[in-house]
Design a protein around this ligand. Structure first.
Ligand code: EPU
Length: 441
């Protein structure tokens, strides 16, 4: 099967992109649907590889899931029969560990493999396992099989404070909290808008969840039952990919629907970089080239900061800016797999060391004192790029590489299309609609 793109770039991209539903909401609503009784209808679900893999996984557990219309998925888990996530399904998708919640609810115990997903750093789930334990779940790990065995001894209750916030950790513990007969409090939570969308989905089905700043409080909730279809929010990461590409290619692209507050930090920094940004409707923005792009340094951080998922796209915009810029990654270790690939195109990028006062506090991953990290790059933008053969090794890096190829006027081959398509719906179709030359080979 073809898993590469052949891209001939160098042209300004113009037109309109209609955003798909957010991957990082869709996956969680599908998993949480296994905690509901009866049919669950989810609208705006992107048909991306991660979603399709997750559907195979939940079907392997006995759930029913079917697309009724292009992006409307109906799930029914009344016939769920297995409490073991098979490795062939679980290893493909990072969020498979979130199945702890529905499987524990249904069976009282479950077997879940250590999660797969994008190789962007060690990505342990230690905080999440500590959280499960603090709420009263017994969790054992078998290093021979690579499986966690989780068991409910008593109904979850009590408090857990994340030492450092975790996005999927917050979501999983919140779902576990729904099994309480009393009260569960989770403190120092992550605040990404995608988490709020999941809360909206659960509370609209009866869940008793309250968010108070950096805390979530979950009280005894009735059996979840959907009253009306839930519509997934738009994908902010997809917007950033197309917006940076629009400006870097000296084009003009309208993107929506999206709520302004979800991308405020991105809009602000685009304006600082001299990009044209215009709100043309309540939920639509025009991104356009309006003359020289300025180099702007960024540092990633959790919401409301500049998201880690956006930094590979920012690197592409900075390649088109004249001068030096710095990207400092604080959330994940090893999120620069695109750097060596971009160098093949002639990009001038190098890793640099920046002195940080309290690294353990500053970085969101589990920082180890004597380990060598590469968290910062310096980009010398404004140089002509040439073609090459590029290899994708993680999702957001993949989107950045395909976008870089769209800035090169010769033909570039980008291998690993299926990794990019884990998170981008109809990437080829959307790029072609903007006038880009791209095909699968
Ligand atoms: N971490 C730990 N231990 C834990 C949990 C997290 O060390 O138990 C570390 C992580 O390795 C990372 C940092 O803490 O260095 C923050 O991780 P977090 O748990 O917040 O990230 P995540 O839940 O694994 C989600 C998204 C990511 C997105 C981040 C940040 C999903 C499925 N994934 O990951 O999205 O970058 O939050 O918002 O929701 C993507 O879409 O490409 C993607 C990677």
């Amino acid at each position: 099967m073809s898993d590469s793109y052949l891209i001939k770039g160098g042209k300004p991209l113009n037109g309109e992109v209609v955003l798909s539903g957010a991957k990082n909401v869709a996956l969680k609503t599908i998993i949480a649907a296994l905690m509901f009784k009866g049919d669950v209808t989810l609208e705006n679900i992107p048909k991306i590889n991660d979603v399709l893999d997750l559907i195979k996984l939940i079907k392997s557990l006995g759930a029913k899931a079917e697309f009724k219309e292009k992006n409307t998925l109906v799930i029914n888990s009344d016939s769920l029969k297995s409490n073991l996530v098979e490795l062939q399904y679980g290893s493909k998708i990072r969020v498979s560990f979130m199945l702890f919640a529905p499987l524990l609810r249904r069976f009282g115990e479950c077997f879940v493999p250590n999660p797969g997903g994008c190789r962007i750093g060690a990505r342990p789930i230690d905080r999440i396992i500590n959280g499960l334990t603090a709420l009263g779940i017994k969790v054992d790990y078998d290093s021979d099989t690579g499986y966690y065995h989780a068991k409910i001894i008593n109904k979850p209750k009590g408090k857990y404070r994340f030492e450092k916030p975790s996005h999927t950790g917050t979501e999983l513990l919140m779902m576990i909290g729904l099994m309480t007969n009393e009260k569960v409090e989770i403190d120092n939570i992550a605040n990404e808008p995608e988490i709020n969308d999941l809360i909206l989905y659960l509370t609209s089905a009866g869940a008793n969840i309250k968010e108070e700043g950096k805390k979530i409080i979950i009280c005894k909730s009735p059996q979840l039952k959907q009253k009306e279809p839930f519509i997934i929010m738009s994908d902010r990461n997809e917007l950033v990919t197309y917006a940076t590409l629009a400006v870097a290619s000296q084009g003009n692209v309208i993107i929506g629907p999206i709520k302004e507050d979800l991308i405020a930090s991105f809009l602000e920094i685009m304006r600082v970089a001299g990009a044209g940004v215009e709100k043309i409707a309540k939920d639509k923005f025009r991104f356009f080239y309006q003359g020289k792009i300025k180099p702007v340094n960024i540092e990633t951080s959790p919401h409301p900061g500049f998201m880690t998922d956006w930094q590979p796209s920012w690197a592409i915009l900075m390649l088109a800016a004249k001068g030096e810029s710095v990207i400092h990654e604080r959330v994940f270790e090893n999120r620069f797999s695109y750097v060596e690939e971009l160098k093949k195109l002639g990009a001038k990028i190098n890793f640099i060391d920046i002195k940080i006062e309290n690294e353990e506090k500053f970085y969101h991953f589990n920082y180890e004192k004597n380990k060598k990290y590469q968290q910062t790059i310096r980009i010398q933008g404004g140089n002509e790029l040439h073609n090459a053969i590029l290899n994708i090794s993680d999702l957001r890096a993949g989107a950045a590489l395909a976008c870089a190829a769209l800035l090169v006027s010769d033909e570039t081959v980008v291998n690993g299309a299926s990794i990019l398509e884990r998170g981008y719906e109809d990437f080829v179709g959307k790029i072609r609609k903007l006038g880009g030359e791209i095909k699968k080979i």
